[in-house]
Design a protein around this ligand. Structure first.
Ligand SMILES: NC(=O)c1ccc[n+]([C@@H]2O[C@H](COP(=O)([O-])OP(=O)(O)OC[C@H]3O[C@@H](n4cnc5c(N)ncnc54)[C@H](OP(=O)(O)O)[C@@H]3O)[C@@H](O)[C@H]2O)c1
Length: 292
C-alpha cells in the first residue's frame, strides 16, 4: 500500500514512520530530515502537486499547529494550519481517491465529564479545540471515507523532547522541579503503541471517529509519580499545582480523556498501560544511549 504521512517530522509522525517502515513517504515543514519531502499544508497547490505525484492509497495526517497556548493568541495562524491546511490535504485525498486518517484531540470536549466516548457531544474550551473540531466536521463533509483518530497525552522518545515525559525527565536530571496540574485527567498514550494501532487500522475498514489512547484514565500527578518510579527519579521534585494556579493561557478541559471501548473491540493491537509504556520507553532510551 502506498502510504503518505503528512507531518512525518513531528512526534506522532516519527512514530508512524517507525511502524509503517521505510517504504512510506512523508513530509516535513520546518524540521527537515533526509528522507522527507518539504510541504506547507497551507499551500493548496503544493499539496495537490505532491499528492498527485505520489498517488498514495492512504494519507495519514498528524500535521498540525498543536501548541494550545500559542493558538490562543494566534487565532488566524492556527486556523490556517489546523483548519484550512487540513482541508487542503482532505481535498487532495479526495482527488486521488486515497483513504484519509486525520489526527484530532480530546480538547474538542469541555472536560466536565471525561473520559468521553466517540458519540459524546463536543464543546471545546479553547481556540485549538475549536479549530480541531471544525477540521473534523469539514473533513467529514469533504470525504465520506475518512477516519478521525482522537488522541491525548502522547508520550515517548522524541527528538525535540516536547512531550510531557521527555520534559519531566530532562528537568529531573537537571535537578529542577516539575509542577504537574493536579486536576487535569487524561489517558497517557505511548506513541509507538499508538503507531502500531494506526498501522493495524490501515488494514481494517474503519471509518468515522475513533478514540485511540492508552486504556488507563488518570490525573497528571499520579502519572508523574509513575514516571518517577519507572525512571528512578526523585518524586520530591514534583510540586503539584491546580490548573488555576498555573495560569495557562488557554482554558483546559480538566476531566478530558477518551474512552477506548470501541478501539479495543476493533483492534488486535493491545493498547498498553502507562506502566508498560514507560517501561518500553525506558528500554528504548537505554538502547539509544540516551539513558544509562
Ligand atoms: N502529542 C499529543 O499529546 C497530542 C494530543 C492530542 C492530539 N494530538 C494531535 O496529534 C497530531 C500530532 O501531534 P504531534 O504531537 O506529533 O505534533 P508535532 O510534534 O508538533 O508535529 C506536528 C507536525 O506538523 C508539521 N507541520 C506544522 N505546521 C505545518 C504546515 N504549515 N505544513 C505542513 N506541516 C506542518 C510539523 O512539521 P515540522 O516539525 O517539520 O515543522 C510536524 O511534522 C496533531 O494533530 C495533534 O493535534 C497530539
Amino acid at each position: 500500500m502506498r502510504v503518505l504521512i503528512v507531518g512525518a517530522s513531528g512526534f506522532v509522525g516519527t512514530a508512524l514512520r517507525g511502524a509503517f517502515g521505510p517504504t512510506c513517504s512523508g513530509t516535513y515543514f520546518q524540521h527537515a530530515e533526509p528522507d522527507l519531502l518539504p510541504l506547507d499544508i497551507r499551500d493548496r497547490q503544493a499539496v495537490e502537486g505532491l499528492v498527485g505525484e505520489i498517488q498514495p492509497q492512504l494519507i495519514i495526517h498528524p500535521a498540525a499547529q498543536p501548541h494550545v497556548d500559542w493558538c490562543e493568541d494566534h487565532v488566524d495562524e492556527s486556523y490556517a494550519v489546523n483548519v484550512a491546511g487540513t482541508l487542503n490535504v482532505a481535498h487532495a485525498a479526495r482527488a486521488v481517491g486515497a483513504r484519509y486518517f486525520f489526527f484530532s484531540t480530546d480538547y474538542v470536549f469541555d472536560g466536565a465529564a471525561g473520559p468521553y466516548g466517540e458519540q459524546a457531544s463536543p464543546r471545546p474550551l479553547n481556540v485549538y479545540g475549536r479549530h480541531k473540531l471544525e477540521a473534523e466536521q469539514r473533513v467529514a463533509e469533504v470525504l465520506p471515507d475518512h477516519l478521525i483518530i482522537r488522541v491525548c497525552g502522547v508520550y515517548g522518545w522524541e527528538k525535540q523532547a516536547k512531550n510531557y515525559v521527555m520534559g519531566l525527565l530532562a528537568r529531573s536530571r537537571r535537578g529542577e522541579k516539575t509542577t504537574p496540574p493536579s486536576d487535569q485527567w487524561g489517558n497517557p498514550t505511548y506513541a509507538d503503541n499508538l503507531a502500531e494501532a494506526v498501522c493495524e487500522l490501515a488494514t481494517l475498514p474503519a471509518s468515522g471517529v475513533l478514540h485511540v489512547v492508552g486504556p488507563e484514565y488518570l490525573d497528571r500527578v499520579r502519572f508523574s509519580r509513575l514516571i518517577c518510579e519507572v525512571f528512578d527519579l526523585d518524586p520530591a521534585l514534583l510540586q503539584p499545582k491546580t490548573t488555576a494556579e498555573l495560569y495557562q493561557r488557554a482554558a483546559r478541559p480538566l476531566r478530558g480523556g477518551l474512552d477506548t471501548t470501541k478501539a479495543r473491540s476493533l483492534l488486535k493491537t493491545r493498547l498498553i498501560s502507562p506502566r508498560e509504556g514507560l517501561q518500553r520507553m525506558r528500554q528504548r532510551l537505554q538502547a539509544e544511549g540516551i539513558l544509562p
